[in-house]
Design a protein around this ligand. Structure first.
Ligand code: UD1
Length: 427
């Protein structure tokens, strides 16, 4: 299996181009199911998860074509056309590779009147049930059956109808599924306590471009007037705010600086604030964000929270950076119950982190040391990369499967910033 070798201690400096957002792309792609006309998505990141989603769409009979991008470009353009859907089943083999496959449930149900999706099951960061997805669809009139590891959603004769659903707590995926179903339901739907993540705004903006009627975009109360027909569109996927935050932590831990091209401060204010609290300078500039570490990293106390709070998807990377701070930081993970899988690995590199339930106490150390490490989820893997950039000696990151799911051309981008990093076959 491949591994990434990082020889730490190089100060990062330069420009990194932030790719299209994985999590936005994964909710924009299933929108192709809502229309028989072509949907063209630009700035799609080149990632394993996007390839898996493409296979899933092909398996429904959706045609996909990739055009107009040279290998040296970041991102791709994909046109999806669901003129005729030949299957409404998302099979176990694809869903187990990628939980986000559940996002086909709402649009497939709306278009075909029925959808069957394998239950995603647990994952490395926790149990992750889908009960809210199902309750929101029930509020639109769907009947839900769970048999043999599959969830089957069936619309009444005449299709889904508008409904009202109040999420008991914020769920990004359940909000996305509910929106994609409601835009094509008959009548008015209201969603209360909806997630407000920028990826949801991106989804709503695409759906509006396809002819949907949505009020309250960017707020936790959405009013959706179902339309009888959605049409094709061409749309650019937003920039990846988590990738941007990850590179900010990477540059900062090396005492370096970086221009994050395409990053937008409005979409990552909590991350920007956390980095400023850590003493990092951040300035919005035309076309991106300039970050610079000046002086030692300061400790930070924070809790993860739904947007606009500090993203759980940034917790591991910020923690890695704080391992090298001048003091003790306290981080609390409120979204997922098991999201400290990176802690033992960071400690093997010389970090001093103790966890107790949902809280992690990070005592800054003067130096980390390179080691062989591996992680069980995407952001945890990136935290090990960040630690490796500052560590003395060589860090070997194993099990690259997760990084390839979520970071487009990681080694190339880090090398352009001056890191000593290479991918080798081995193990
Ligand atoms: C999305 C993101 C993921 C991010 C997370 C939180 C994608 C593809 N993934 O995941 O990267 O970490 O948002 O920002 O966009 N929950 C339930 N029942 C449900 C749904 C969720 O109990 O039906 C719980 C989850 O277990 C979790 C919490 O709600 O504890 C939030 O999860 P949710 O916002 O739904 O995360 P995802 O959409 O799966």
């Amino acid at each position: 299996m491949d591994k990434i070798i990082i020889r730490g201690g190089k100060r990062l400096s330069g420009t990194v181009t932030i790719s299209g957002a994985k999590n936005a792309a994964l909710t924009l792609l299933p929108c192709a199911l809502l229309t028989d006309e072509p949907l063209t998505l630009r700035n799609l990141p080149r990632l394993a998860d996007i390839d898996t989603f493409q296979h899933l769409m092909n398996q429904f009979g959706v045609s996909t074509a990739i055009a107009g991008s040279r290998p040296e470009d970041f991102g791709r353009v994909m046109t999806l056309e669901a003129a005729r859907i030949t299957s409404n089943v998302a099979p176990y083999d694809l869903v187990r590779k990628m939980r986000a496959s559940i996002l086909v449930l709402g649009p497939m149900l709306a278009r075909m009147g029925e959808a069957k999706v394998s239950l995603p099951g647990g994952c490395a960061i926790g149990v992750r049930p889908i009960d809210l997805h199902l309750k929101a669809l029930e509020a639109l009139g769907a009947t839900i059956e769970i048999t043999a590891g599959y969830v089957r959603a069936i619309a009444p004769d005449g299709g889904l109808s508008g409904g009202r659903y109040s999420f008991p707590f914020v769920s990004v995926g359940a909000t996305e599924n509910a929106i994609m179903a409601a835009v094509a339901a008959r009548g008015k739907s209201t969603l209360h306590n909806a997630a407000r993540e920028p990826e949801i705004t991106d989804l709503c903006n695409l759906l509006m471009a396809m002819g949907a009627e949505i009020e309250g975009i960017g707020t936790s109360d959405l009013v959706i007037h179902g339309v009888p027909r959605l049409h094709g569109a061409t749309y650019r996927v937003m920039s990846d705010r988590i990738e941007a935050g990850s590179y900010a932590c990477a540059a900062a831990i090396t005492g370096g600086e970086a221009f994050l091209a395409n990053a937008r401060v409005e979409e990552m204010e909590a991350t920007v604030q956390a980095l400023r609290d850590a003493g990092i300078l951040i300035e919005p500039r035309s076309g991106g964000l300039q970050i610079a570490a000046e002086g030692p990293i300061q400790p930070v106390n924070l809790s993860t929270a739904p947007f606009p709070g500090f993203a759980t998807d940034m917790q591991a990377q910020l923690m890695a950076m704080l391992c090298c701070s001048e003091g003790t930081s306290v981080l609390t993970e409120t979204i997922f119950e098991n999201r400290y899988m990176h802690v033992p690995e960071l400690n093997r590199m010389g970090a001093q982190i103790e966890t107790s339930g949902r809280t992690a106490i990070v005592k800054g150390v003067p130096k980390l040391s390179g080691a062989d490490v591996m992680a069980t989820d995407l952001r945890a893997s990136m935290s090990l990369v960040i630690a490796g950039l500052a560590a003395q000696g060589e860090t070997n990151i194993h099990r690259l499967y997760h990084l390839d799911r979520g970071y487009e051309r990681l080694e190339e981008k880090l090398s352009l910033l001056g890191a000593e990093v290479e991918r080798v076959g081995g193990d």
